[in-house]
Ligand binder design. Structure first.
Ligand code: FNR
Length: 417
């Protein structure tokens, strides 16, 4: 009702409430390359469309005449009581969208009490993100590196930065076939974007030094931890400005060594279920496995000791014509039968979508692109406004469905089409 009151009093909304208009506003605010990176999906983008279409198979029953004047959106997740069943999915390379990137996102999340999952490809080191919003709920998302030492180091830092869980993303052992990025010849990572988590890491710095000294003793002299971070940031300014300036900006051997080291360690297609078990040796934090779509994999993750399962097809960015996530949510929820919490994402655009996901068994619902669009339009305030809109619509939908608490949302609230 605050949002409606603000509208009546003539205050201009910070971001459009309609998801389509929000995306259009972000497109206007961003360079063609940045918008393509955020909005794009794999191949012909059939998964992006299927993620949305899967929501059309469910309808919410209106249930009037049940006192819903007091409504409770709170929920419990990983043993902690949370004000809302939403969280912010990890998004890499947000420096393409806004200069404050993850710092702005962390502050917005903190202001609303939502957990923010810091991306392995964030634009700021996790320690700086923590300092931007100390005390906020946060988790760290790991892309499993080919270097175990680097994995262990990143998880150590995550623990020290106050992260309450580790999210291991397992659907990106190969980068998807990103047609929009390919056609613009713009792959952010190869320009040294989104690698701040690495350049700030002592194990990574050592790997860069080794590579640079193999290239010749003259280069290795200049390679200090500070120089690695500074060199990459100079290189990426060039790349960001020109779009096509990759070769020029990476001519310096210093960022070249850093970017090439990144490309080597980023992830490994050899990763298996057996490897995953090793994460336990590196951290005592709860481990959530993100990127699960097949129900057998969901059960296997739980059997392997995962503390949570995150159903996601990466917002349709990995496989074209993938199975949409909402289609498998009921089956996975049945198979897991409450043993661990379920996080759900891919295609959620509004509060009614969140309601449907909760009704079909999600414990927490994650947002991806919508809050990146909010960041593009209005920075920190834009992220907060997008989340507030989703929460407001969820709250209204709950009440109109005759339900007073998120905990009571169930399949009886829906009709299958
Ligand atoms: C992502 N996603 C992602 N996932 C992850 O585990 N680590 C990452 O660094 C990123 N980076 C990233 C960047 C951008 C621009 C997008 C759009 C997505 C996937 C993300 O966490 C989430 O699974 C999807 O965004 C959810 O789908 P929707 O809400 O975007 O449809």
């Amino acid at each position: 009702s605050d949002i409606y009151r603000a509208g009546i009093s003539g205050a201009r909304p910070v971001v459009p409430a309609d998801p389509g208009r929000l995306e259009a506003a972000a497109r206007k605010a961003l360079s063609a390359e940045a918008f393509a990176y955020v909005a794009g999906g794999a191949g012909a983008e059939r998964t992006v469309a299927a993620n949305r279409a899967a929501f059309d198979r469910w309808q919410v029953w209106p249930r009037p005449l049940r006192d819903v004047s007091a409504r409770d959106l709170s929920t419990s997740f990983l043993g902690v009581h949370r004000p809302h069943p939403l969280l912010l999915a990890p998004l890499g390379v947000m420096e393409l969208v806004h200069r404050d990137a993850d710092l702005a996102i962390a502050r917005a999340a903190a202001s609303l009490g939502l957990p923010h999952v810091l991306s392995n490809q964030a634009s700021f080191p996790m320690e700086e993100i923590r300092d931007a919003a100390p005390g906020a709920a946060r988790m760290f998302q790991l892309y499993w590196s080919s270097s175990d030492d680097l994995n262990a180091s990143l998880l150590r830092r995550a623990e020290a930065s106050g992260c309450e869980a580790i999210v291991v993303t397992v659907d990106t052992h190969l980068l998807g076939w990103r047609t929009r990025d390919l056609d613009l010849a713009y792959l952010p990572f190869t320009r040294g974007l989104g690698i701040a988590q690495y350049t700030s890491d002592p194990v990574f710095q050592q790997l860069v030094r080794e590579r640079a000294s193999a290239a010749g003793p003259a280069e290795s002299v200049r390679i200090t931890p500070k120089a690695i971070a500074a060199g990459v940031s100079i290189a990426r300014k060039g790349a960001a400005l020109t779009g096509a300036g990759l070769r020029d900006s990476l001519r310096s051997p210093l960022p070249r060594a850093a970017v090439e080291t990144f490309l080597d360690v980023f992830s490994t297609p050899a990763l298996t279920w057996d490897d995953l078990a090793r994460a336990r040796e590196w951290t005592t934090l709860p481990i959530i496995v993100k990127g699960i779509v097949h129900p057998d994999d969901a059960v296997r993750a739980v059997d392997a000791g995962a503390d949570g399962v995150w159903i996601s097809n990466h917002g349709g960015r990995q496989i074209d014509a993938s199975v949409p996530t909402l289609a498998v949510l009921p089956d996975i929820a049945d198979r897991i039968a409450g043993r661990v919490p379920i996080v759900f994402d891919s295609g959620v655009r509004g509060g009614a979508d969140a309601f449907i996901a909760l009704a079909l068994g999600a414990t927490m619902v994650a947002l991806g692109r919508p809050y990146a669009f909010g960041l593009a339009v209005a920075g920190e305030a834009g992220v907060a406004a997008v989340v507030r809109n989703v929460l407001a619509e969820l709250d209204i939908t709950l009440g109109l469905a005759g339900i007073t608490a998120v905990a009571d949302v169930g399949r009886g609230g829906l009709r299958a089409v």
